[in-house]
Ligand binder design. Structure first.
Ligand SMILES: [Zn+2]
Length: 297
């Protein structure tokens, strides 16, 4: 009887341990609430439309020869992007070119599905190509974190800084703004509404928690790359300020004002404030890490 109790206890214990292991290893990808929350699709200006969710920005650039989509977002967001595109009266299958802001799962996990559904050509900046083609495994920071991986996606055209992406009457310019990822891309274009306003869609200037700016052996040029990014971002002429997340340019409050007819996305001052704020955050983190590394030495 005593032996039986011991066996039951040890079985129960091993079951509890197994459960703990399953719970801790099967941790789902981090998904912020607003990333998967629908947001109304709308025309920003001319042939440029917002088709993202509340938290993850996607843009549709339409032309008579087909459309360009920037950011496929999470796999779960693909049906939502499709609904947004169709709600504007466009065909999802007319998307001919797929671009991204950078190779993190919140902007590119849905790319394989969108390529399959539309046959779009996937065009990605050089430093991010191996990352998306490995499904995130070659990312310098998150490659070993299974929660940040996504379906590997073949790139059809490798982009370099200053390259143009053309379709119909639309021309976008890819500006390399690295650091956040090695191929992080800021997209610029002019809207075709007669005003020829200059649009900037910021890739990301953010130093994520855990990023090693000093002595990063996996990404030795990370600090120089962030420096380059701030030089590029400060040099860009900007009328319309947009970005990879709505939070960069205050999408929600701007959208409310936009609905009442204000030209809110025209915001050179908001852009300058954002870039200055992000540069200050980068310098603070760099100084902090330099201080820490001195102590460690
Ligand atoms: Zn990112």
């Amino acid at each position: 009887m005593k032996r039986r109790t011991t066996i039951i206890i040890s079985i129960t214990l091993s079951m509890i341990i197994a459960l703990i292991v399953v719970v801790t290893t099967a941790r789902p990808a981090y998904v912020q609430n607003d990333w998967t929350e629908p947001f109304p699709a709308f025309r920003i200006a001319g042939n440029l439309y917002y088709v993202g969710s509340r938290g993850l920005a996607s843009y549709l650039i339409t032309t008579p020869q087909g459309h360009i989509l920037i950011n496929s977002d999470l796999e779960a967001n693909v049906p939502m992007i499709r609904t947004s595109v169709e709600s504007l009266g466009f065909k999802f299958s007319d998307i001919k070119i797929l671009l991204i802001s950078h190779a993190h799962y919140d902007h590119c996990a849905g790319s394989a599905a969108i390529k399959q559904l539309t046959g779009a050509k996937y065009m990605v900046m050089e430093g991010d190509v191996d990352v998306v083609e490995s499904g995130g495994k070659s990312d310098f920071q998150y490659g070993n974190d299974p929660t940040q991986l996504y379906p590997a996606t073949k790139v059809d055209r490798v982009l370099h800084d200053g390259d143009h992406v053309k379709l119909g009457d639309a021309t976008l310019t890819a500006r390399l703004t690295p650091g956040h990822t090695k191929g992080c891309t800021t997209w610029t274009m002019r809207v075709n509404d007669g005003s020829k306003m200059r649009v900037v869609i910021v890739g990301s200037p953010n130093v994520n928690p855990g990023y090693k700016l000093v002595g990063n052996t996996v990404y030795p040029s990370i600090t120089e790359d962030f420096e380059k990014t701030f030089r590029v971002l400060k040099s860009l002429p900007v009328d319309y300020f947009l970005g990879a997340h709505g939070s960069y340019f205050d999408l929600e409050s701007k959208y409310r004002r936009f609905k009442s007819g204000e030209l809110v996305f025209f915001d050179p001052k908001g852009y300058k404030n954002f870039v200055d704020d992000r540069e200050q955050a980068f310098r603070m983190e760099l100084n902090k890490q330099k201080g820490t590394s001195k102590v460690a030495d």
